[in-house]
Design a protein around this ligand. Structure first.
Ligand SMILES: [Zn+2]
Length: 181
């Protein structure tokens, strides 16, 4: 990510442990920390909502609504904001939003690789349909309502989403938090 130290211009800067840049000449230190991100399984009863991604990475593949948590946000605030931005829909006040799994993900964007800690939530939205939604132009190129067992892992954009959808099927049976290693 850095070829030269952004503080002193030295070419001796090193990237260690997949997370820290250190300059031996001036002491500049930058931690490229894991970022928090959310994903949401919106369950209409027998189907769940998936987005067709309108941009890279994984343009054209399916993903759950959600995204990076912004500075100053809690995970649920970030999730509500992302739902509004991506599908133009907000969970009703008092909706029960449950954390059911968490997995790591790798998100390459414009030549920088971000390591994320993805938090997967679910909420019930019986009767929700495409006419209730306003997908973000450019970012989202389609909405799909699919039965969980109809979802083909290869069509999903991210490894963490594949793991989350597997966990979700088990979560629906057990209703307890699952994060298998
Ligand atoms: Zn330096």
């Amino acid at each position: 990510m850095f070829t030269y130290c952004p503080a002193c211009g030295s070419g001796n800067i090193v990237f260690k442990d997949n997370r820290v840049f250190k300059c031996p000449d001036c002491g500049f230190t930058y931690y490229h920390n894991t970022a928090a991100a959310t994903g949401c399984v919106i369950d209409t009863g027998d189907r769940v909502l998936l987005l067709v991604r309108g941009k890279e990475p994984s343009k054209g593949k399916l993903a759950l609504p959600g995204g990076f948590v912004d500075p100053g946000e809690g995970a649920l605030e970030g999730l509500r904001r992302e739902l509004l931005e991506e599908i133009g829909w907000e969970p009703p006040e008092g909706a029960e939003i449950t954390l059911f799994a968490s997995f790591p993900n790798i998100y390459p964007y414009k030549n920088i690789v971000y390591n994320t800690c993805d938090l997967f939530f679910t909420l019930d939205a019986p009767g929700l349909s495409e006419k209730d939604l306003r997908p973000a132009e450019g970012e989202v190129s389609g909405i799909r309502f699919l039965r969980p067992r109809e979802i083909n892992g290869e069509d999903l954009a991210f490894d963490s989403t594949r793991r989350a959808m597997e966990a979700y099927s088990r979560y629906r049976e057990s209703k307890t938090f699952l994060s298998p290693l």
